[in-house]
Ligand binder design. Sequence first.
Ligand SMILES: [Fe+2]
Length: 243
Amino acid sequence: MTTDLGPLIPRNRDAHPPAFDTGYKTSVSRSPKWPLLSMESTPSEETGPRFGHSVLGEHDNNLITNWTQGKELAVGERILVHGRVLDENARPVPHTLVEVWQANAGGRYRHKKDAYFAPLDPNFGGCGRTITDEDGYYEFLTVRPGAYPWMNRGNDWRPMHIHFSVFGHSFGQRLITQMYFEGDPLIDICPIVKTVKDRSQIEGLVAALDLSKARPMDFLAYKFDIVLRGRRQTRFENKLEGM
Ligand SMILES: [Fe+2]
């Protein structure tokens, strides 16, 4: 049996933002100084355990309830974030683990190194996970994360954003990116976003307001499709080529 994989769309290797960008101060010390080496994957990376539906809890894709297991609700503007994981030919990628982490509504992470004086929400952890369905579809209910200041130049702020991780068919295939919100004026002045030089690629990281999925008197919705490779590939932080 043969499977129609569709045409192979060449990658544009010049399109990825440089790892070294003086506007993003941390990249100066974190970026590699030597050419990268391509390493063979190890057996444990290819055959190691993967997450499946059996380990997902009832509240795992609901960040409003998962920290308290439904006993209390997180504070903030309720939103649904949804979309599909797609391959380069817009085919769905089913059964893949999607994880998110984010600041709370005040712009603070539940992390010991986050010293921002916005208060922690006792009912909000900031992490969630789900597995795509047969159509590659995922969704999270959460609160809109606050913008937050960070140590870079004098007065830099991160736009509202949600961090995303997507796993492929093995543990060694992990892609990480950030999702922004349509209409946020901080996107265009963020030094991290500015490392992406191509406007259309930045737009690929911005979730559109999607009233078709909003629930009246409950939550707004934002749509964010993740494309794993090809010309329409979502920009990932940790891998030039995607999967
Ligand atoms: Fe962040």
